[in-house]
Design a protein around this ligand. Structure first.
Ligand SMILES: Nc1ncnc2c1ncn2[C@@H]1O[C@H](COP(=O)(O)OP(=O)(O)OP(=O)(O)O)[C@@H](O)[C@H]1O
Length: 251
């Protein structure tokens, strides 16, 4: 196993409250890792420390061997550590394919001038982007609605579109913030398949999720947080049977 992400003693304090307390775990370069825990356990805060949205009070975040603890989210994204948000942030007036293409542009070097003057090299690149956008829409099962405006898609499809857009940035590690929030059982099952496909294609996935069915069906490894501390880690079935985990959820 090669380590993709290493969280080392991550700690976040807000005044007297320790939201994340000395949490350490590694995410391998393949498969799906899930972070679970009761409400207020510190999952979102931990995610923010990893993505760069907030700096830790102590501890390190190491991505592909590089200490990225203090890097802002854009710098992490450029290195292949890309996140989605719990609230969908799509361009509602653009089509599904255009939304994905925007994700690709974040990774290419075209810039404003070449977007205006569009020399042949840029046009070739754009054709490539369109092809790639459609491939990614197919991957998440949205190929048939590629030309529909994002705003006209169901909430479940918008969430899948957001995943496709994040993939356009070619992440090595995709961070998904409660990807199943607001989805019905059928959409959640489809999402689970999509996440497995992403992992099979070589992008490792780290997600926070409340939907236990999704976690149990999708994750290879589960990290359990309670009151900011890691209380368990292991395969889904193992974690589910762990007395400390059962107590945390019942308490
Ligand atoms: N900016 C902040 N200032 C002060 N306290 C905060 C801040 N952000 C989070 N907290 C506190 O830190 C703790 C962990 O919150 P966090 O949102 O990370 O938990 P969570 O596991 O993501 O919860 P949920 O499952 O409800 O989303 C909570 O007690 C919360 O009130």
């Amino acid at each position: 196993m090669t380590v993709r992400l290493s969280v080392e003693g991550a700690t976040k304090r807000y005044g007297g409250l320790t939201a994340v307390d000395d949490v350490s775990f590694v995410v391998p370069d393949r498969g799906v890792t899930a972070i679970i825990g009761p409400n207020g356990a510190g999952k979102t805060t931990l995610f923010n420390l990893i993505s760069g949205a907030q700096p830790p009070t102590a501890g390190r975040i190491v991505f592909e061997g590089e200490d990225v603890t203090r890097l802002p989210p854009e710098a992490k994204a450029a290195r292949g550590l890309v996140r989605t948000f719990q609230l969908v942030k799509l361009f509602s007036d653009l089509t599904a394919a255009e939304n994905v293409a925007v994700g690709t542009h974040l990774k290419t070097h075209g810039g404003f001038l070449s977007a205006v003057f569009r020399p042949p090299s840029v046009r070739r690149m754009e054709a490539g982007i369109t092809t790639r956008a459609r491939e990614l829409l197919d991957l998440v099962g949205l190929g048939a609605v590629a030309d529909r405006k994002a705003a006209t898609l169901s909430y479940g499809r918008q969430r899948l579109l957001e995943v496709a857009r994040a993939l356009a940035a070619e992440p090595k590690l995709l961070l998904l913030d409660e990807p199943a929030a607001g989805l019905n059982a059928e959409e959640s099952a489809r999402l689970s398949e999509v996440i497995r496909k992403i992992a099979a294609s070589g992008t490792s996935v780290l997600l926070i999720e409340h939907d236990m069915t999704l976690v149990m069906n999708t994750a290879d490894d589960v990290v359990v947080i309670d009151f900011g501390r890691k209380i368990a880690q292991g395969a889904p079935a193992e974690v589910k049977a762990n007395p400390a985990v059962i107590a945390a959820y019942l308490g």
